[in-house]
Design a protein around this ligand. Structure first.
Ligand SMILES: [Zn+2]
Length: 150
């Protein structure tokens, strides 16, 4: 797969094991181009989760959206990309272990905030203030994007 850091498609798997929940496979990978390490999870597609937005619209649960939201909240904070990826994986595990088919976007936001508050208080406050105002993951990503790119 393509490296999430440098986008080069040249990696190797350094470790493969069952994830804690027993329903997915966790692989540690290392990019042969830039040398950075990252983790991927492999699980049955039947577990695909839907996020229920306030207006009732259902969207696929996309960890990538969480990651970009967290990256913006952590902008100029002493938080590495690796820490963010680990956090996204932890959030994913929490979401999948507590929800079978659907999760309210509100609940998802609360889970993200709970994890983020342990990592960085400033990023948490940023995330929380914007999130609580807009109630939707995509909305706060948009707003944070505009705020950091005037
Ligand atoms: Zn790389």
């Amino acid at each position: 797969m393509k490296c999430p850091y440098c986008r080069v498609d040249n990696d190797r798997v350094t470790d493969t094991r069952a994830a804690e929940d027993g329903y997915s496979i966790r692989r540690r990978r290392q990019c042969n181009a830039c040398g950075r390490r990252y983790t991927t999870y492999e699980r049955p597609a039947e577990f695909d989760l839907k996020v229920v937005k306030k207006d009732g619209v259902r969207e696929p649960f996309l960890p990538e959206k969480i990651r970009s939201g967290l990256q913006r909240a952590c902008w100029k904070r002493p938080v590495s990309d690796e820490q963010i990826m680990v956090l996204v994986n932890e959030i994913e595990q929490e979401v999948f272990s507590s929800h079978d088919t659907e999760i309210d976007s509100q609940d998802l936001g609360e889970i993200v905030m709970a994890f983020l508050s342990r990592l960085d208080q400033v990023a948490y406050v940023r995330f929380a203030s914007v999130y609580r105002q807009f109630k939707d993951v995509r909305d706060f990503v948009d707003v944070l994007h505009r705020a950091s790119n005037p």
